[in-house]
Ligand binder design. Structure first.
Ligand SMILES: [Zn+2]
Ligand SMILES: [Zn+2]
Length: 139
């Protein structure tokens, strides 16, 4: 049984890593697993338990999505995270990985103007994501 759970955890982690730009609710994660997995999809409570574990490990971040009061989960660090800047939404806490070429362009520009080298790993730009802007506008 333990082996089965470890396997599911691996699948979940991979799924989140491949979609490190997105955050998913438990239901969405299960839907995605259903598409990718060959038959064996764990129940909601299992996925919930696994995600709670991943959050506790610091691998995954949990936050409330927009005004929905639903929890969404997103992997904290995908691959190549030291090669681009990150945008953090102050509304929902979502972390957006900025495209590497856009990141480089921005850093080059800053460097050319002020000869200042920004540390990509340590820099996070704060603001509002598209969803949170929408929520605000809708009120
Ligand atoms: Zn990243
Ligand atoms: Zn947001």
């Amino acid at each position: 049984m333990a082996e089965y759970v470890t396997e599911q955890k691996k699948i979940l982690k991979k799924l989140l890593e491949e979609n490190c730009d997105s955050a998913y609710t438990i239901e969405e994660l299960i839907d995605k697993m259903r598409i990718n997995a060959d038959g064996h999809v764990p129940g909601k409570s299992t996925v919930y338990r696994l995600m709670t574990k991943l959050v506790a490990e610091g691998t995954v971040k949990r936050f409330v999505r927009g005004n929905s009061r639903k929890f969404a989960y997103q992997i904290v660090m995908g691959e190549h995270c030291d090669c681009h800047l990150h945008l953090k939404c102050m509304g929902c806490g979502r972390l957006i990985h900025l495209d590497e070429s856009v990141s480089d362009e921005l850093l080059d520009k800053v460097k050319s103007i002020s000869d200042f080298s920004i540390n990509e790993e340590a820099t996070v730009l704060f603001g509002s994501c598209a969803d949170c802007k929408k929520d605000k506008a809708g009120k």
